[in-house]
Design a protein around this ligand. Structure first.
Ligand code: MGD
Ligand code: MGD
Ligand code: SF4
Ligand code: MO
Length: 723
């Protein structure tokens, strides 16, 4: 049989590029190209996407369920694995109650159908408040700020990249990350186009990144100081009467009053940015025909993460750029739509040990180790992890490493035996990517152009359960029902039918169940979501699962359109510019103006041919620039007498690291990428041989962004000396 050409969305980052794959007659991926006919990605492909085939059939992937056997694992059947899970969960719950179970959900869940559609059933089945995800090591500050300003934490504005005249970007490096909370395939090309049409790009970052290199202007900023910079911009906008709000807002006077304490001169020492530069920035933003402020991970995982994210959209609103073409806009996703009826409220409950706030139903991952280590009612005894590696990704990861080893029971759904899953009693593998369907339920809500694309599984499951089926059966097992019913009795069909019935009922369309199409109940759910969505066949449009299947390269649904006030869920029905929960944290920010700055601070960085902790097992992706090195300014390196290796110490721990002197980083700042520190005891042969060190030995789980509980990875005080 000749090689087959098949189409699929790349699941490896937020850019959602279309891929054109060729598969041989054993269903192995022979080649990967960018899909030139995809209307959104137009053929773009990065080195990770090019490695899709290598990742898909890495010989070190887990292929069958694994059950702990002494120090290692043995292969097991699915029934045996689920029987064991049901029995052990029942024991733990009988002895300690359901509050002693917990779950950690990692980043790839944002890219899988199982993550979007079936994890909620697993979370419900566990019936615990111990819910942790990578969000509190990532974007939770943005979601909390958006929730308070717009009423819903999924209502996050994105820069209208293709039309803006001026983009101010803080703490993001899309030339390496390909963008985040801003779904934009070929981000580099879009920035090039911005400048080619006469637009201006200004990058704020403690490092002169690849993105800074293609900008009109780069401003070095002291880590953790973005809220100061943005407050000073707000101050100037008010002081110079440049405010031009074009949407209905509440709290303008309160915002003006809060900004009083942050004139540009007051923040110079803290930010390292001259007052004249800050004034010019404010004036330029106000004067540009259209402008957008966009801030990402460098500004989220910082001491004042939520305040910073608030001020980003406050500036967008004050300059007349919120919800307006060329400004910061809200996507309308084909399978989306605001579900909530009441305004978002964070902190509805707090964590047991440290009293940290809940947000969106979850607790901060920075306190997961506390909840495992601290005895008493509610201590976590049994843990589920799905697509995550918190030993390398959570603050004080080494502490978690020890905590996981002491659990009564742990089950992980993952492709690999990694630094986290090696502690599991049972590992359940998802099938290969080519055996999985793909639809971006989450990421298309943050797209810079409205677009939809569905990829059905390309290769038959061949006896393996889909990841959705694994999750649904796990949900049944932790509730004491280990057995896989068949057909309509299977856990996955039961879950899907419940959701379908609920959605149809809510829409007043219960009689239309039979009109849903799709190869299985999960595809029928997608059909329903799309039909009820903003372009849907049952909502005045023509979109359905069928139109998605008929257009395998994806469907362009047009540029972003203004969506206010329709998407707002605030009590006032207006954009809240000064939510009380945010104003309450401003005194802490003001106190920070007086605090002494540490001599040396640590920040992170992302690497082009990597993805957090899990792409280091592909030989073509590691090495070269993708190594675990401590970047430090040459002046600092010589002042400190550093050789090839250095010892770096924080309040949390100490590491010996490889030194990489580079003038691209600010003096007084060092950068270490996360996701390294691979253990020898996993099955990842390549990753173990290029181990590196775990940056999260240095990050301190006792320090969080107060409002969202998010971990602080940027601006960690450290000392550095010769090894
Ligand atoms: N110091 C520091 N720490 C950080 C950050 C930082 O900037 N600095 N960044 C933070 C951020 S933004 C994030 S998102 C987190 C990431 O934190 P995590 O999500 O905990 O870590 P990942 O390394 O992304 O682990 C993903 C896991 O999912 C598995 N996997 C991949 N695909 C699939 C799939 O389809 N199904 C299943 N079941 N498993 C799959 C991989 O094998 C891997 O084990 O790290 C955070 N940690
Ligand atoms: N190739 C690749 N792509 C990825 C990932 C990956 O690991 N590799 N991870 C994915 C994930 S999970 C995410 S969340 C996204 C993140 O996507 P981005 O937000 O674009 O992430 P980074 O590339 O780490 O860029 C963050 C920048 O913030 C800077 N920074 C650090 N501290 C501060 C500060 O205090 N203030 C300011 N202004 N800047 C600061 C850093 O120097 C860095 O250049 O990327 C995703 N895409
Ligand atoms: S940019 Fe992201 S989505 Fe596009 S090919 Fe690379 S990894 Fe895949
Ligand atoms: Mo992330």
């Amino acid at each position: 049989m000749a090689p087959r050409t098949l189409l699929r969305t790349c699941p490896l980052c937020e850019a959602v590029c279309g891929l054109t794959l060729t598969l041989d007659d054993t269903d192995r991926v022979l080649s990967v190209r960018g899909d030139r006919e995809d209307p959104f990605s137009k053929g773009f492909l990065c080195p990770k996407g090019a490695s899709f085939g290598k990742l898909d059939d890495d010989p070190d992937l887990v292929a069958t369920p694994l059950i702990r056997d002494g120090a290692g694992f043995r292969a097991a059947g699915w029934d045996e694995a689920f029987d064991l899970i049901a029995a052990r969960f029942a024991e733990v719950v009988a002895a300690h109650g359901s509050g002693s179970t917990g779950i950690y959900l990692g980043n790839p869940n944002a890219h899988t159908v199982a993550g979007a559609l079936h994890l909620p059933a697993l979370i419900r089945a566990l019936s615990t408040r111990h819910i942790y995800t990578a969000s509190t090591a990532d974007q939770m500050p943005k979601q909390v700020a958006a929730g308070l300003m717009f009423g819903d934490p999924l209502t996050v504005p994105v820069p209208d990249l293709d039309r803006t005249d001026y983009l101010l970007m803080l703490g993001a490096n899309p030339l390496e990350s390909n963008g985040s909370l801003c779904t934009a395939p070929d981000f580099p090309g879009r920035l090039k186009a911005l400048r080619a049409r006469g637009g201006r790009l200004v990058v704020v970052d403690p490092r002169a990144t690849r993105t800074a290199a293609v900008a009109d202007e780069h401003l070095f900023i002291r880590p953790g100081a973005d809220a100061y910079l943005l407050f000073a911009v707000v101050h100037v906008l008010f002081a110079e009467e440049l405010v031009d709000v074009r949407v209905e807002v509440e709290g303008l006077d309160e915002l003006r009053a809060a900004a009083q304490d942050f004139p540009p001169d007051a923040v110079v020492a803290r930010t390292g940015i001259p007052a004249a530069t800050i004034r010019a920035l404010a004036r330029d933003l106000a004067a540009a025909p259209t402008a957008a402020v966009y801030a990402r991970i460098g500004t989220c995982t910082a001491e004042f993460g939520t305040l910073t994210q608030w001020l980003v959209d406050a500036v967008n609103a004050l300059t007349g750029n919120l919800d307006s073409p060329g400004g910061a806009m809200f996507a309308a996703a084909a399978a989306g739509g605001v579900q909530r009826s009441r305004p978002f409220r964070p902190g509805r409950w707090t964590s047991r040990v440290r009293g940290l706030p809940e947000a969106m139903g979850e607790l901060p991952v920075a306190t997961l180790a506390d909840e495992i280590d601290t005895p008493g009612a509610g201590q976590i005894k049994a843990l589920v992890t799905v697509a995550g590696n918190p030993v390398l990704s959570a603050p004080s990861g080494d502490r978690l490493d020890q905590g996981l080893a002491g659990l009564s029971f742990m089950v992980s759904v993952d492709r690999y035996v990694n630094e986290t899953t090696r502690h599991a009693d049972v590992i359940l593998p998802p099938p290969r990517s080519v055996q999985s369907p793909h639809f971006d339920f989450a990421l298309l809500q943050f797209a810079v152009r409205n677009y939809a694309r569905y990829s059905p599984p390309l290769v038959a499951l061949d006896g393996r359960p889909s990841e959705s089926a694994v999750i649904a059966r796990l949900a049944a097992a932790v509730s004491g029902q280990p057995h896989a019913g068949t057909g309509a009795e299977s856990p996955i069909a039961v879950v899907d039918e419940l959701v379908i019935a609920g959605m149809l009922h809510k829409a007043g369309m219960s009689e239309r169940r039979d009109e849903l199409t799709g190869a299985d109940t999960t595809e029928q759910r997608l059909d329903l979501m799309v039909k009820l969505g903003p372009y849907g066949e049952w909502n005045g449009g023509d979109l359905s699962l069928k139109t998605l299947l008929d257009n395998p390269h994806g469907i362009d649904l047009g540029p972003l359109r203004p969506r206010l006030p329709g998407v707002l869920r605030t009590a006032s029905g207006r954009v809240e510019l000064a939510p009380p929960q945010l104003l309450a944290d401003v005194p802490r920010l003001r106190d920070g103006l007086m605090a002494s700055t540490p001599e040396m601070v640590l920040i992170g960085r992302r690497q082009l041919r990597s993805n957090n902790s899990w792409m280091h097992n592909i030989a073509g992706l590691v090495g070269g620039s993708n190594r675990c090195t401590l970047q430090i300014h040459p002046d600092d390196a010589s002042r400190l007498g550093l050789g090839e290796q250095a010892e770096i110490t924080s309040a949390a721990g100490s590491l010996t690291v490889q030194v990489e002197p580079t003038p691209t980083i600010m003096p007084g700042v060092v950068s270490l990428p996360h996701g390294w520190g691979h253990a020898a005891s996993t099955t990842q042969s390549v990753a173990s041989a290029t181990a590196g060190v775990n940056a999260n030995v240095l990050t301190d789980d006792s320090v969080v962004d107060a409002i969202s509980g998010t971990a602080v990875f940027n601006g960690v005080p450290v000392t550095v000396g010769p090894a």
